[in-house]
Design a protein around this ligand. Structure first.
Ligand code: PLP
Length: 447
């Protein structure tokens, strides 16, 4: 594979950009090697500066769902760009987008548009605190909600912990009101809420987690979370920044029949541009300025070009309604990947929902942060490079999700399965672990 141009550009980037990138995971730190510099993308493919063409499963970390440079979105953006790129004053487009979000998400009566997922989450929590006049926030270990100071906290092991900063620069004073709980553990949640409910403003959750790799809620978990929040008057915030308009048009809440008080959306709703939103019940949302006393603002909030791309994307998504087909394609891909691993004698667990999935090389169930961390991420590192060699662009970290778009074809699926077969073969051809005189020799770790 040609890689000289990317390598040289990365060297130069590292002189001027911190770590050569503008968001850490792009630097390939957890898989090693140097990142590919992308020249262009179209449909399900991305092309690097060395003219390598890859089938893309990163899809801008889930922001792209129709496919890259989707022609109708591109032409709408071009058309509206001629009218100016930012006014700092209201436009018709913002109301249209908000109206469409309210129509699809029945839990949302009013919306505020912002520019990033981090901003949506930070503002939603401020709103919840303002509305309830309470201080504490429950979050789950392994769920990522952007780089909000008081959510950058370390996870405890299998228990409730008060947040300790996991980034330099975050003061313990900021995180002391954050309670971190294990995902999928209803008993610990119940105990915590019983003890602290009078101080808890809100609970924020990725209803399907994409940020410790894909981790699904156990049966009944989300319903129980909803029930407890209602019972103890805790604002339930669903962070559907990944799952909204992806798993189903109305996200996980639509799929599971849950009505959170506030929902955060991002990624897909910007059609590849910087746009996010939070919205919920009118009674809560009206506490925001300029009507209420919770302050939040943004120079580029509701930027007309980002809204154009987002609105067009959502209109096409709703019109095409191809969720069944993309979800089915993803399921078939995952089944084939599992079958390849089984034939190669490699342990594998694939967590999949809708058009997102993560491959874990283990025979254990992955259902929370602790179990995800038991996985041999070194094996993934080798797998990632073997797949990249076969021109399949998967996330450069074990703890991220793969995404499909409506533009991924059956041909892409077939090529991915073939590449996966070759990659696994190159990594391991020794059959199952050897069990000799009662001792299990895990030769895989030596690969
Ligand atoms: N919430 C979730 C679930 C995310 O996956 C992310 C980013 O990946 C964020 C929030 C933060 O969004 P952004 O990167 O746009 O700030």
């Amino acid at each position: 594979m040609k890689k000289l141009k990317s390598a040289n550009l990365y060297k130069e980037a590292c002189r001027y950009l911190v770590g050569g990138v503008n968001s850490p995971v792009r630097a390939f730190k957890s898989v090693g090697g140097s990142p590919k510099f992308i020249a262009k993308a179209s449909g399900s493919k991305i092309y690097d500066v060395d003219s390598n063409k890859y089938i893309d499963y990163v899809c801008s970390w889930g922001a792209i769902i129709l496919g890259h440079a989707y022609p109708k979105v591109v032409s709408e953006v071009k058309k509206n760009l001629k009218n100016g790129s930012s006014f700092g004053a209201p436009t018709i487009l913002e109301t249209k987008l908000a109206k469409l979000i309210c129509k699809v998400f029945t839990s949302i009566e009013m919306v505020r548009l912002v520019s990033s997922g981090t901003e949506a989450v930070m503002s939603a929590i401020r709103l919840a605190r303002g509305y309830t006049s309470k201080s504490k926030v429950i979050k789950f270990a392994g769920c990522y909600h952007g780089h909000v100071d008081y959510l950058l906290v370390s996870a405890g092991s299998g228990a409730m912990t008060f947040g300790k900063p996991n980034s330099e620069g975050v003061l313990a004073d900021f995180t002391k009101h954050t309670i971190v709980l294990p995902y999928n553990n209803i008993d610990i949640l119940k105990d915590t809420i019983k003890k602290y409910h009078s101080e808890i403003a809100c609970l924020i959750i990725e209803p399907v987690c994409g940020n410790m790799g894909v981790v699904l809620p156990k049966e009944g978990f989300l319903k129980e979370v909803e029930k407890l929040c209602k019972q103890y008057k805790i604002i339930l915030i669903f962070d559907e920044i990944i799952s909204g308009f992806r798993i189903a048009k109305n996200g996980i809440q639509g799929l599971y029949g849950i009505k959170p008080d506030i929902t955060c959306l991002g990624k897909i709703i910007g059609g590849g541009f910087p746009l996010a939103a939070y919205g919920g019940r009118k009674e809560i949302m009206q506490n925001l300025s300029p009507i209420g006393s919770v302050y939040q603002a943004g120079t580029l909030s509701g930027n007309p070009i980002a809204v154009t791309a987002g609105l067009k994307t959502l209109e096409i998504l709703l019109e095409k309604d191809e969720y069944k087909s993309i979800n089915n394609k993803t399921k078939i891909l995952c089944t084939a990947l599992k079958e390849n691993a089984r034939k190669s004698g490699i342990d594998i667990t694939i967590n999949q929902i809708g058009s997102m999935f993560t491959v874990f090389f283990t025979n254990l169930d992955i259902f929370d942060f602790e179990s995800a961390n038991k996985v041999d991420a070194k094996f993934y590192r080798r797998y990632f490079h073997s797949m990249l060699n076969e021109k399949i662009y998967m996330p450069p970290s074990q703890f991220e999700a793969n995404f499909l778009t409506f533009s991924h074809t059956w041909d892409d699926i077939e090529k991915t399965v073939t590449a996966n077969k070759k990659a696994l073969k190159s990594l391991w051809s020794g059959g199952k672990n050897i069990n000799h005189k009662g001792k299990n020799y895990e030769f895989r770790k030596y690969l």
